[in-house]
Design a protein around this ligand. Sequence first.
Ligand code: SAM
Length: 234
Amino acid sequence: MNKEELKSYVKELGIELTEEMLQKLNDYADFLLEYNTHTNLTAIKTKEEVYLKHFYDSLTLVKIANLQKGTLLDVGTGAGFPGLVLAIVFPNLEVTLLDSNNKKITFLNDCIAKLQIKNAHTVYSRAEDYTKIHRESFDFVTSRAVANLRILLELNIPALKVNGCFLVMKAQVEEELEDSKNTMRVLSCKIIGQEEFNLPKNGGTRTLLNIKKTKETDQKYPRTYDKIKKKALK
Ligand code: SAM
């Protein structure tokens, strides 16, 4: 996908990319690919793939949520997906980019400074340590390609405000949803939106879920990562 194609594909999602946004995305792609030659950030090696699998894919979240404003925490953001793309395209969204890998955080800090992005900042932390403390704080939480849904729910839901939404990005979700039923109940979550589609240009299948938190989360969650991994909530 090239720049012009991105512009027209996201228009179909209801997003009008300005020249300034397109320039920032172009600079982001160049910086990512250049940085990736010496520091491993992404398996994606071409600009066309960055536009499709990182930029377009990140922006498909608008199919399930209005991201024009509010606060968003991107847990396990890696090189900034979906969080930094959302920050570029939605200047009134306050984005927190969290990762436990310092290489990725260093890249993101350099990138934010280079592109002069005012509405994004980074946090170097394990998700479970951060969300244990920063509770009931965000309108949205996202995580792409970080862990299975059951684990993500316990890591992420404590950070959401009541009525806030966890925006889930997966290729397939059926099995993980089945495995997450009790966790959803214990953490007072309900699915309020679901979209299944194929990325353009045979980029693969996607399922997006919008999971709303309906009650304040008990202080005992999240448990330690070992416990979350070993034992599902009942
Ligand atoms: N979300 C990005 C994307 O889709 O391109 C990165 C995905 S990468 C496969 C997973 C990222 O999650 C890594 O950067 C890793 O450091 C981070 N991660 C995994 N577990 C984490 C945790 N418990 N807390 C914070 N970051 C975590």
